[in-house]
Every structure is written in structure tokens, then in C-alpha cells.
Design a protein around this ligand. Structure first.
Ligand code: SAH
Length: 202
């Protein structure tokens, strides 16, 4: 997986490659999907949700440009896999999942694997985790129609937010907080499950 799907494409950050090699991806997917855990595509994790393709987890981790000691906020814990990759990269991670059953399962998986530097909670990630802000990076792993303002405000200056944005057409977006505002660039088109909750109101 690391050699062909990641290093063989444009993943060059050694910390990302090492972390992806270290995390046992098969422990984050249901029993029925284990044999396919390291294949080059997303997989169902139940309750209508998916664990992203390995390449997507790697590129989001690389685009975050974090160096330890780093504090990262993730919205959309899902299986807990992306959080584990960030923890292996040397970051402390705060991760929020709106589907309670998935949040509970991810907490058990991460605990069994000994990831003590990942803090999870069940709830809507729209308002982030203000007590722990500012973060060096914010990763949103479900697609909102637009970036929730509270998540931007929890970035430190120089920090990056990486997220798929859009409904039918989604783009992976990287936003950097500068001393005077935000700089935004689009990386490439992607397909994620929708971000639900407060971001859909109004
Ligand atoms: N990062 C995950 C994959 C996430 S799939 C992994 O590594 O496995 C996207 C997840 O975002 C889903 O589990 C979905 O329930 C969750 N989600 C959607 N809207 C959300 C919201 N408003 N707050 C928190 N989680 C949300």
C-alpha cells in the first residue's frame, strides 16, 4: 500500500509514509471487509459511512503540513483511522463524530491499540473544540457545502484547514490562516460523504 499507492504517487512526506505503514488499517474496518483493508479504494464502515481510500488519508495528512508537537482537530472520526495516522505522525488529536455508535466504536478501537493522544467525543463538529483551540491543523473528513466559520477561527496563524467542500461537485480545499486573514487554494476534486448537522441549517 505504502510503496505503490502512496510513494508511487505524490506522497513524499516521510512522516506520512511511516505513519501509514505503522497503523494497522485492518483493525479499523469491519470483519467482513478485512481482506480488502489495504486496497486502493474506500470501504464501508457501517451506518452509511466509509473509511477513506488510503491515498486520500495520506494526502490530507500531507497537506496539513504538521510537525510535532502538533495539535490537530478532526471533524468526522468515522473509524478512527485518520486520527490514528495523525497520532503516529506525532500529533495530539481531538476528533468529533456525529454518529454516536461510530464514535463509541472508534473510541474502543483507538483505546485497544493504545492511542492515548487521541481524544474523541460524540457530537456535531460544526462548533469545533473551542477549549483546545488554537490548532495547528483542522481536518474535516465529511463534505460541508461551505467551511464552518467556528472551525476557521480555531486555527492558529500559520495553521491549515484541509476539507472537501461542495455537494455534487466537491473540491479538496486547503485554507491557511495568515496574520491578516485566510488564503484558500483548491487541490483537486474528491468525493466524501456529506457533513450533516448545523451546517445544513438555514
Ligand atoms: N476520518 C474517517 C472517515 C470519515 S467518513 C476515518 O478515518 O475513518 C465521515 C464521517 O464524518 C462519518 O462518520 C460521518 O458520520 C461524520 N460526520 C458527518 N457530519 C459530521 C458532523 N457535523 N460532525 C462530526 N462528524 C460528522
Amino acid at each position: 500500500m505504502v510503496t505503490t499507492q502512496l510513494a508511487g504517487r505524490d506522497i513524499v512526506d516521510e512522516r506520512v509514509l511511516d505513519a501509514m505503514g505503522a497503523v494497522p488499517r485492518h483493525r479499523f474496518v469491519p470483519e467482513s471487509e478485512r481482506s480488502a483493508a489495504y486496497e486502493d479504494h474506500p470501504l464501508p464502515i457501517g451506518l452509511g459511512q466509509t473509511i477513506s481510500q488510503p491515498y486520500i488519508v495520506a494526502i490530507m495528512s500531507q497537506l496539513a503540513e504538521v510537525e510535532p508537537p502538533c495539535k490537530v482537530l478532526e471533524v468526522g472520526t468515522g473509524s478512527g483511522y485518520q486520527a490514528a495516522v495523525l497520532a503516529e505522525m506525532g500529533c495530539e488529536v481531538w476528533s468529533i463524530e456525529i454518529v454516536e455508535e461510530l464514535a463509541a466504536r472508534a473510541a474502543v478501537t483507538l483505546d485497544r491499540l493504545g492511542y492515548g493522544r487521541i481524544h474523541t467525543r460524540a457530537g456535531d463538529g460544526y462548533r469545533g473544540w473551542p477549549d483546545q483551540a488554537p490548532f495547528d491543523a483542522v481536518l474535516i473528513t465529511a463534505a460541508p457545502p461551505r467551511i464552518p466559520e467556528p472551525l476557521l477561527s480555531q486555527l492558529r496563524v500559520g495553521g491549515r484547514l484541509v476539507a472537501p467542500v461542495g455537494d455534487w461537485h466537491q473540491e479538496l480545499v486547503v485554507i491557511t490562516r495568515t496574520p491578516t486573514g485566510f488564503e484558500r487554494r483548491n487541490a483537486f476534486p474528491v468525493r466524501f460523504v456529506p457533513m450533516t448537522g448545523e451546517v445544513r441549517e438555514r
